[in-house]
Ligand binder design. Structure first.
Ligand code: PLP
Length: 399
């Protein structure tokens, strides 16, 4: 018999399954709000001008394609550190920061998880309730038990901060706490600056190990403003982990550009930690691909391209905001009986709309509008052409 004869079919990824159903839908007015990708007002994934310029220069230079360092190039890793901590950070000056390039935010989380499993084999990982659907699977696949901390409050459509603190205070010392640094996925509900300071205090008091997931830096308020959580932990004297993704902020999804950053107590620790993280990488994929990281480094390390990128990033951020307020206004105009003003207060690409699974199903069946059954929608999939139609449909199914 075949060695595969008894293999069971793995469950389908719920969001990719949604895309397949969307693609098969023949209605011309269909809209896919289920994705986690930024589209421009023409419904296209943008190729940023700064990226295009950096790519053109690379292509013209025709560089050789040797192996990269296991941890990725220093020019890239340094640029990532500056984005996270600010270029005048004392942590960087003190060599307390270890950064390795990784295959997107997902790859950064996985390298971090695999390294943590060696460092803290008995730890439990806590993720927010709810969280990005891959967090649980990813940390479980690294061998950790995964539990949740209270996060979302359906009544206020914001953060249940009292519940969150209670959860953190009950977590065993040495637990790993995965935190969304900004633009919480899937809810769009973020902590305030003051609440971040309280989370830092709770991590210190309980001896918790923070792992910040930064997948949307620049999508809420700006590059530095969105680093408030990272900066709060930087000032704390604690050790912590950060995963960075440039999939959204550079619109480089398929190039797989990200980084894992670890803050240590000092230079000597940094050298030892880096040597161990390099072992994790070496036995997984040896060293990162060249192109995406080279493009991001070229943009971040050129004053001119960096300016262009910041302008383009602000454009994406402003367009999402305009879609948030536009949706609130158009829902009202469409006669929606519910108050949707919370949509304008949430941040990043997503909103937990409060739509029930049955309402989401009606959106699909009656209107060809696809959303995740939890009611999560991607605001960046709205545009000036489809927003009115989507508002009418949501108003209709929530009457
Ligand atoms: N973390 C969060 C919270 C995300 O939303 C995403 C992407 O959707 C990722 C990580 C993964 O990013 P990447 O596509 O760079 O692997």
């Amino acid at each position: 018999a075949s060695i595969f004869a008894a293999v069971e079919m793995a469950p389908r990824d719920p969001i990719l399954g949604l895309n397949e159903a969307f693609n098969a839908d023949t209605r011309s007015e269909k809209v896919n709000l289920g994705v986690g990708v930024y589209y421009d007002d023409n419904g296209k994934i943008p190729l940023l001008g700064a990226v295009r310029a950096a790519e053109k220069a690379r292509l013209e230079a025709q560089p050789p394609r040797g192996y990269q360092p296991i941890e990725g190039p220093a020019a890239y890793n340094g640029a990532v550190q500056n984005l996270l901590f600010g270029k005048d950070s004392a942590l960087i000056a003190n060599a307390q920061v270890v950064t390795v390039e990784a295959l997107g935010g997902t790859g950064a989380l996985k390298v971090g998880a695999d390294y943590l499993k060696r460092l803290l084999p008995g730890a439990t990982v806590y993720i927010s309730d709810p969280s990005w659907e891959n967090h649980r699977a990813l940390f479980e696949s690294a061998g950790f038990p995964v539990d949740t901390y209270a996060y979302y409050d359906a009544a206020t459509r914001g953060v249940n901060f009292t519940g969150m603190k209670t959860s953190l205070e009950a977590a065993p010392a040495g637990s790993i706490i995965v935190l969304h640094a900004c633009c919480h996925n899937p809810t769009g509900a973020d902590l305030s600056d003051a609440q971040w300071n309280e989370v830092v205090d709770a991590c210190r008091a309980r001896g918790l190990v923070p792992f910040l997931d930064m997948a949307y830096q620049g999508f809420a308020d700006g590059i530095d403003a969105d680093a408030v959580a990272v900066r709060a932990f930087s000032a704390s004297g604690l050790q912590f982990f950060v995963s960075s993704s440039f999939s959204k902020s550079f619109s480089l999804y398929g190039e797989r550009v990200g980084a894992l950053t670890i803050v240590t107590a000092g230079k000597d620790e940094s050298a030892r930690v880096l040597s161990q993280v390099k072992r994790v990488i070496r036995t997984n994929y040896s060293n990162p691909p060249i192109h995406g990281g080279a493009v991001v480094a070229a943009v971040l390390n050129s004053a001119e391209l960096r300016q262009e990128w910041e302008t383009e990033l602000a454009g994406m951020r402003d367009r999402i905001r305009a879609m948030r307020t536009g949706l609130v206004d158009q829902l009202k105009a469409a006669g929606a009986t519910q108050d949707f003003s919370f949509v304008a207060k949430q941040r990043g690409m997503f909103s937990y709309t409060g739509l029930s699974a049955a309402q989401v199903e009606r959106l699909r069946a009656e209107f060809g509008i696809y959303a995740v059954s939890t009611g999560r929608i991607c605001l960046a999939a709205l545009n000036s052409k489809n927003i009115g139609y989507v508002a009418q449909a949501i108003a209709a199914v929530t009457k």
